[in-house]
Every structure is written in C-alpha cells, then in structure tokens.
Design a protein around this ligand. Structure first.
Ligand code: C5P
Length: 237
C-alpha cells in the first residue's frame, strides 16, 4: 500500500504530495474553482470528489482501450495515486463542436458542428496567460520533440474518437476537451485530469451544459451538473 508523504505543490484544482515510492505521486482534487485566467474564483461543493471519480473512470477505461495514462489507483474519495510525470508544457485542446474561444476567434455560433475536428496547442505558461501556439513554436521553444508531438497528436485523435463514442452512449455530446501529457521513464503518458473542469459536455437531447461553463457563465446548478456526469458514467441515467 502506497503511503502519502510530504506536500509537493499546489495547482489551481489539485494538491500534489510525494509518496514513499519515488515513481508515484498522490493527487488531492480540490473544490476550489477558477476561470478566466484566475480572475474568477469560487468553490464548487463536491467538485474534488466528482472530478477525482470521473477522471479515475475515464483513465481506467482509456487504459483498457490501449491509451497509456498516469493513473494507478484511487486512494480516497478525492484522492488518486498516479505515476510521476515530467509535464510537457503544452495543453492540447480537441474540438468537435464550436464553443468557447473557438467560437469567438472564428466567429462560429456556439453549437455549430465542426466539419472536421480541430486540435489546438497552448503554451502552459501562467506569465504569458497560456497563449495558443503551433508546432513550430513548440519546436523552437523545445517544449517537446517532434517524435513526442507525433505521439501526442496520434493519442489525442484516438482519445477524441474513443471518448466521443463513450459519451454518446451516455447521452452526452463531447463538445471539446483539454489534455496534458508528460514523460514517465521515457514514455509519453496522458496526465492531469479528464473532468467537467476540462471538457465541455452537453446533454444530447436538451443540449444543457453539464460542465464548468455553468460556473464560468453563472448558470447555476454547477454541482448538480458535475454529479450528473458521474452518475451517467456509473450507468445511472
Ligand atoms: O476556453 P476554450 O474554448 O479554449 O476551452 C476549450 C476546452 O479546453 C474546454 O473544454 C475547456 O474546459 C478546456 N480548457 C481547460 N483548461 C484551460 C483552457 C481550456 O481545461 N486552461
């Protein structure tokens, strides 16, 4: 049984601890929520629990489908044990339906299905406010090698295909989502989380938003939306 050790650092949504195994870290998911580059702050009651459980289900399912992830096991209601990663500072966003910043940038009405799905890259850098970048920027900044980028793109498309089908079965449209990858013992693994904080989920019938946009846009029913996603994943539709 892996033991939790010293506190390592705190991100916007999680606290990370060392463990007695140098290859593993302990993640605690928080209820605190931020949006708009940290300008909006709040607490979503139960978010840490929902995001931990949802991420665990999705990571385990993706592993079954052949996608290597950092997930090892749940360690409590809002805690999981993961492989220690050297994070590649590139956020990968996949999109199937126009929403959020893509709608704004390209003038596409939110909800417009994209003729072809889109991948975008953002430089994970707080001081620069996570600017959108392309593969030339990634190469010149040496954020990832071209071999790593080939793996990341291939995996991102596979994950999009897999999760789109998975959520469709649960009556959910996977509008878009953000992934992070890292290196563990020389291998590229999917890291971070997959949750209503990092994905846009719409109910397939009502098109109701079941994700963090409820918090970002003050729509109410935030906790209920996160709970609904976990319930659907557990099969209770
Ligand atoms: O804001 P934008 O439309 O670019 O977000 C696209 C997707 O990436 C959304 O699902 C959003 O939740 C996710 N995202 C994220 N973390 C960020 C930026 C976007 O999880 N820093």
């Amino acid at each position: 049984m892996v033991q939790k050790r010293d506190f390592l650092y705190e991100g916007k949504a999680k606290r990370i601890y060392q463990t007695d195994d140098e290859n593993l870290v302990w993640i605690e998911y928080k209820d605190e929520a931020t949006a708009f580059d940290g300008l909006k702050k709040g607490v979503i009651s139960g978010k840490g629990y929902y995001n931990n459980q949802i991420s665990a289900i999705l990571f385990a399912w993706l592993e079954e489908k052949g996608i290597p992830t950092h997930f090892v096991e749940l360690a409590g209601e809002r805690e999981m044990i993961v492989k220690r990663l050297e994070i590649i500072p590139v956020e990968v966003v996949a999109r199937n339906v126009a929403a959020g910043s893509l709608s704004k940038r390209l003038g596409l009405e939110e909800g417009t299905p994209l003729q072809r799905p889109v991948l975008e890259f953002y430089y994970k850098c707080d001081e620069l406010h996570d600017p959108m970048i392309n593969e030339y920027h990634i190469a010149t900044l040496e954020l990832a090698t071209s071999e790593q980028m080939d793996i990341i793109k291939k995996r991102a498309w596979e994950i999009n295909e897999l999760l789109t089908g998975y959520f469709k079965e649960k009556g959910i449209i996977l509008v878009d989502f953000k992934l992070e990858f890292g290196i563990h013992q020389g291998e590229v693994l999917l890291g971070d989380e997959i949750s209503p904080d990092t994905c846009r989920f719409w109910d397939a019938e009502s098109r109701e938003k079941l994700d963090k946009d409820r918090f970002r846009r003050d729509l109410g029913g935030v906790e209920e939306a996160y709970r609904e996603i976990l319930n659907r994943l557990k099969g209770g539709r």
